[in-house]
Design a protein around this ligand. Structure first.
Ligand code: GUN
Length: 280
């Protein structure tokens, strides 16, 4: 069994990006944080720190949870026309009174480094990955597979979780690489009947120990996108790592697997945006 070391690859990519950023006049990422959700605050501070280390200027726009949809749209529109800003990220989730899809649709697709805008999603599904932004977590999973020379072509892949952020773009990326893809979700009746046939299983649900050893075949490649905090404070993924790792051929740890790759891909998308701006 081989551990897919996301931390090591993310560090390598971040160092390469740092060298690349030096060749630009300026690269900037704006992050909008609405409210004071602890997890969101933590993610935003990690993104900010990663930007600083890479030489990317970060702009943080903090808004209260009472902000109106109208006010939030006005903030996004300001960033759309700000020449210092190559990437715009609205940290999710947003408060319930705000229509998330509407806000995302206002972001200039050329600055949508999260890859959430329908124009970018359309390009991804149409197989035009080079000319669009792809959601950072699934893109990070693909880079990690590539690093270990794992080609999804012809393999049975099962994606567990069908979110717009991870599951759906993950499935498109795998399909674009000629994998046979199952997408499972909360209404899937017999999850094991799918996972047991998977050469590659990617789990992004947010439920500790959802995937147990009896659910996977020998030598499966297991990618765990989950981040869960147990009552004892331990951080674990969605996969029962101790058991599943004895059967898998490759597996990502939590922490240190997919998580670090997500941030590396955010920086990579921001640099891509700066490159696209200059090549125009
Ligand atoms: N919330 C959880 N994951 C993400 C992400 O990748 N991007 C944004 N903007 N919000 C998130």
């Amino acid at each position: 069994m081989i551990i897919l070391d996301g931390k090591k690859l993310a560090d390598k990519i971040r160092n390469e990006l740092k060298a690349e950023v030096k060749m630009f006049d300026h690269v900037g990422l704006a992050v909008i944080l609405v409210g004071d959700d602890d997890a969101s605050r933590l993610y935003v501070s990690m993104k900010k720190k990663a930007c600083e280390e890479a030489g990317i200027e970060s702009f943080e726009i903090k808004l209260p949870s009472t902000v109106t949809e109208h006010e939030l749209i006005a903030e996004v529109e300001k960033l759309n026309i700000n020449n210092k800003v190559d990437g715009i990220l609205v940290q999710l989730p947003l408060p319930k009174h705000i229509n998330t899809a509407k806000i995302i649709s206002v972001i200039d697709p050329k600055k949508d480094v999260d890859g959430f805008h329908h124009v970018n999603i359309g390009s991804l599904v149409a197989g035009m990955e080079d000319n669009c932004f792809v959601s950072c977590t699934p893109l990070g999973v693909i880079k990690l597979l590539e690093e270990y020379n794992i080609d999804p072509k012809g393999k049975n892949s099962v994606v567990v979780g069908a979110s717009n952020i991870v599951g759906k773009p993950m499935a498109s990326l795998l399909l674009n690489r000629n994998s046979t893809v199952d997408i499972c979700h909360i209404y899937t009746q017999d999850l094991k009947s799918h996972t047991i046939n998977a050469d590659i299983i990617i789990v992004a649900v947010g439920k500790a120990n959802l995937i147990t050893a009896d659910m996977i075949k020998n030598d499966a490649i297991v990618i765990d996108v989950g981040i869960n905090k147990l009552p004892n404070g331990k951080i674990v993924g969605d996969v029962d790592f101790d058991e599943v790792s004895t059967k898998a051929s490759y597996i990502t740890p939590v922490p240190g697997g997919v998580g670090p790759m997500t941030i590396a891909m955010l920086l990579s998308n921001t640099v891509k945006s700066a490159k696209m701006r200059l090549s125009k």
